[in-house]
Design a protein around this ligand. Sequence first.
Ligand SMILES: NC(=O)c1ccc[n+]([C@@H]2O[C@H](COP(=O)([O-])OP(=O)(O)OC[C@H]3O[C@@H](n4cnc5c(N)ncnc54)[C@H](OP(=O)(O)O)[C@@H]3O)[C@@H](O)[C@H]2O)c1
Length: 276
Amino acid sequence: MRVLITGGGGQVGCALQAALTHHDVLAPTRTQLDVTNLKAVLDVATWSPDVIVHTAAMTNVDGCEQQPERAYLVNALGTRNVALLAQKCGATLCYVSTDYVFDGQKGAPYWEWDLPNPLNVYGASKLAGEWFVQHLLDCFYIARTAWVYGPGGRNFPRKVVELAAQRPSLGMVVTEAGHPTYAPHLAQAIARLIETGAYGLYHVVNEGCATRYELARAVLKAIGRPDYPLEPLTAYPRPAKVPPRVELHTVALRSLDIALPHWTEGVTAWAQEEGI
Ligand SMILES: NC(=O)c1ccc[n+]([C@@H]2O[C@H](COP(=O)([O-])OP(=O)(O)OC[C@H]3O[C@@H](n4cnc5c(N)ncnc54)[C@H](OP(=O)(O)O)[C@@H]3O)[C@@H](O)[C@H]2O)c1
């Protein structure tokens, strides 16, 4: 298949290129293809992709809160542009979305069919992207993921490692929980999903939920610093409101015999890959 990956320079974009080596892949970075430029996006139709995996996004959650217009331009209208490209060339679209479409107040895991209610601009702008995909296309996958980190990326585990090298102790919230998801595990699952033809909405995350505190603890253990002092915090002031606990059911994905390993395996693989 000919697979176009938007956001080719990002964590998921890079991991997808490694997972799709058996396909003909085009993975432009933002400077090579800005998804907010409709004409440039539609011009890619000349390459005739069979599948488009749309990972490009403004992913800085606090940045989206501070620049809402930019967030909607990239995450909502950029996704519309990519959906129009898929429509133009009859390609299947796989849109990578987020657990932040939910408010985290349910007190139980979210089903794929639960009603979203985003708390922040990032979640709202990604949900608007889902709306465009669902309304413009017949053949699409929406893959909602969470707390993504990959080798070489700017992400939470990398930040923990850097801060622990600089400070005698760190505070980490115990009041925010989600599914830490290792980009190569996500990419392998998406690579299988796009071969199924089972269009629809999926939760694609590593198994198991963790608080930020638990994830930081696992990262420190994986890099050989299990006794580094971590303080549990109940609040951390930041511009964006974030959902307290988003646990996701993965029944739709598992019905296709696709499952990701437990999140702790991702942390171990990440530390090995980073050589730390
Ligand atoms: N990271 C997470 O924790 C997380 C959680 C849930 C869902 N997701 C979703 O997963 C997908 C991939 O995320 P990721 O972790 O790979 O994030 P990432 O590393 O930040 O990658 C996103 C990529 O999109 C590019 N981009 C930004 N604006 C663009 C534009 N206007 N046109 C084209 N490319 C643009 C960025 O380029 P620059 O770096 O040059 O700006 C970056 O390479 C996103 O759709 C995100 O919403 C991520």
